[in-house]
Write a protein that binds this ligand. Structure first.
Ligand SMILES: Cc1cc2nc3c(=O)[nH]c(=O)nc-3n(C[C@H](O)[C@H](O)[C@H](O)COP(=O)(O)OP(=O)(O)OC[C@H]3O[C@@H](n4cnc5c(N)ncnc54)[C@H](O)[C@@H]3O)c2cc1C
Length: 621
């Protein structure tokens, strides 16, 4: 066992650098590569990792300190010292060394981010005998073996090339840059943000907000507040949605610039396992990389056999709000179809939804879908379940749609048809085979818990790796891939991923569902709180929602949650956190929630399970 001093490595041109973060703590065990501190100058930031394994005796720097080469960072008690990484460096003023102390500089492990060449000098290493302070008074830095660079093959231009700039891709690129890597982000579209920002989550939520305002204004008519029939200017609505999207996508470009992520516009395709060719018109550029992260996302699935007619739209076409849509058929009763149906209904279109299976939003618990189904059955022209579109005939005055199935209606004429039958992964447009990356027959790329494909230095994230196809899953995976590429020990370890339909009412769920519990034979407990007993819900003019929590019967830990009602999508986060943290019913029930809020209903559902709820009378069986 020995005490080793870990010191700041050669920082090249940098002196007097600020410590912006101290990750290591006294008494903690550190391993080789664990980051000890982060240094930052106006040009670069750098994690300084440990080069020995052991227990930290003492941290000698704090946030805000200014350090230079040789400043003592930490003393570590090691069982074994790697002979090749131990060198002696000069003592800096103020550092008092003790007998039997070995000193280590951390040069070759430091990860530097600059616009040019990394500045940290590689540390060649030579073991010193246990150095007495007198023996190493102030040898000049140039005489240190640490200054000798190792021989290396030519470096690729980029540490990481990210293919696709959706929520998965831009997150991965930004995280990798923040970790000091040289990053390129390849995107075929002129704007960053992928489906989510440009033609998905964001524009749809802007339109759903407009729909909500229309509906709330209308519903207040019954309570003495009349606004008259809304006048809808589709042009202005489109302009507003575009402005929301543009603000976000423009700020992504700024964030990329600030991080010195090089954005390369064009269609990217692998040439081999270390090169991607980016094509934009006649222009071609080949970029080479150490690591690649595939984040090519997904696109709307098409129904085979449909005529080629511009009145048959996917979600992107529907978001453009075409004029004169008196009658709309939405094919597909999943989240995207139902959200768009909600928008068109509020804008005054007669909507029909047709779904092949017997349920709307397959996979979600039936009780959660019921309030939504009840509401839309009362408002929409038709909700056809267990029914298939068997043909579409384009006519001058509309699209004549035929249906098949036990309850199929007669053919009907619609102005527009929205096909929202799922999404297919973009695994086939990237030349993956030339890099040796396996893509399955449906276009998915399979990855391990570190987001690695079958080719170790090539990662994949987001929709292209599979369900759930959600932006927040993509961005979390993006961070994991970037951190693993930067040499950190990370895995995708989220226990649960919440799902939300931003319909009216909103439907949100996370973790175990009752359907899943039944399939897996899990005997779970349930606490449910109906919103007709929630003061806040009634004050919003709604009594159709509820909050449900599922618990492990033995430990009372939360296993799953489902919420239906206004803002369910925001409320579900508390349940997700509870599951991640292993909370039990008492943890939630005893947490004081503000009154009157919808968030109280989460606590009430926990109390309902515990038998401590007073806002409802629960008969004791
Ligand atoms: C209408 C709609 C509403 C949605 N609402 C929500 C929601 O509310 N919440 C939610 O979580 N999710 C929602 N989603 C899903 C969400 O948009 C996706 O899950 C998410 O965008 C996936 O992110 P990603 O990074 O994997 O890929 P994407 O966002 O699909 O981005 C992939 C990017 O890669 C680019 N690309 C592909 N191939 C290449 C290539 N060869 N070269 C260069 N670039 C390439 C594409 O142009 C695209 O920009 C919605 C989707 C739609 C369609």
């Amino acid at each position: 066992m020995s005490i080793v001093e870990l010191r700041v490595p050669d920082l090249g041109d940098f002196k007097d650098v600020t410590v912006v973060d101290v990750m290591a703590r006294s008494g903690e065990r550190v391993s080789v590569e664990d980051a000890l501190i982060t240094l930052e100058t106006d040009k670069a930031s750098m994690d300084v990792p440990a080069t020995v394994t052991g227990v930290i005796e003492r941290i000698h720097v704090k946030k805000g300190d200014r350090v230079s080469k040789g400043t003592l960072i930490a003393t570590v008690r090691t069982e074994e010292v790697e002979q090749t990484t131990v060198v002696a460096v000069p003592e800096t003023a103020g550092d008092r060394e003790q007998p039997y102390v070995e000193t280590v500089t951390l040069g070759d492990e430091a990860r530097v981010r600059t616009s040019g060449t990394p500045k940290a000098a590689p540390a060649a290493a030579a073991k010193q005998p246990a150095a007495s302070p007198a023996a190493q008074p102030s040898a000049p830095a140039a005489e240190q073996p640490a200054a000798r660079p190792a021989k290396r093959a030519p470096e690729p231009a980029f540490d990481v090339v990210v293919l696709g700039a959706g929520p998965g891709g831009y997150t991965a690129a930004f995280r990798a840059a923040d970790l000091g890597l040289r990053v390129a982000l390849v995107e075929r579209s002129p704007t960053l943000g992928g489906v989510c920002l440009n033609v998905g989550c964001i524009p749809s939520k802007a339109l759903l907000h407009a729909a909500r305002v229309i509906e709330e204004a209308h519903s207040m008519g019954a309570h003495g507040l009349g606004f008259g029939t809304p006048s809808i200017d589709r042009n202005k609505l489109r302009t507003w949605t575009t402005q929301v999207v543009t603000r976000l996508t423009n700020s992504l470009s700024v964030l990329a610039r600030q991080r010195k992520v090089e954005v390369i516009q064009g269609l990217g395709q692998f040439v081999d396992a270390h090169h991607i060719e980016v094509a934009q018109g006649a222009k071609r550029r080949v970029v080479d990389f150490k690591h690649a992260i595939i984040a090519s996302g997904s696109e709307a699935a098409r129904l085979p056999g449909l005529p080629d007619d511009p009145r048959i739209m996917d979600s992107t076409g529907a978001l453009e709000l075409p004029e004169k849509v008196k009658r709309l058929l939405v094919v597909g009763g999943g989240i995207i179809g139902l959200e768009m149906a909600c928008v068109y209904d509020a804008l005054g279109t007669k909507v029909t939804v047709v779904e092949l299976t017997d349920d709307l939003m397959p996979g979600c618990d039936r009780d959660l879908v019921r309030p939504l189904e009840k509401r839309i059955r009362a408002r929409y022209e038709q909700v056809l379940l267990g029914t298939r579109v068997s043909g579409i005939e384009p006519l001058r005055n509309g699209l004549r749609v035929s249906f098949a199935g036990d309850k199929a209606p007669e053919p009907h004429l619609y102005d527009r048809v929205l096909v929202a039958v799922g999404r297919v992964p973009n695994g086939r447009n990237i030349g993956a085979e030339r890099a040796g990356v396996n893509v399955d027959e449906r276009g998915y790329i399979h990855v391990d818990a570190q987001q690695r494909t079958n080719v170790e230095h090539i990662f994949a994230i987001g929709d292209v790796v599979g369900a759930p196809m959600l932006a927040h899953k993509a961005s979390h995976e993006g961070k994991v891939a970037a951190e693993v590429a930067a040499g950190l020990k990370r895995r995708f370890e989220a226990r649960v991923i919440p799902s939300v339909a931003y319909t009216d009412p909103e439907v949100a769920w996370v973790g175990l569902t009752e359907i899943e519990a039944k399939q897996k034979g899990i005997d779970c407990g349930k606490g449910k709180f109906p919103w007709l007993a929630s003061g806040r819900s009634l004050a919003l003019g709604r009594d159709d929602g509820f909050t449900k929590l599922l618990f492990d019967k033995e430990s009372h830990r939360v296993l799953g949650a489902g919420i239906v009602g206004p803002n369910a999508g925001d409320l579900i986060s508390e349940a997700a956190l509870a599951i991640e943290m292993g909370c039990d019913a008492a943890d939630i029930g005893l947490t004081i929630h503000p009154h009157p809020t919808l968030s109280e209903t989460v606590a009430f559902a926990a109390e309902a399970y515990e038998g401590t709820l007073t806002d409802l009378y629960m008969s004791k069986k």
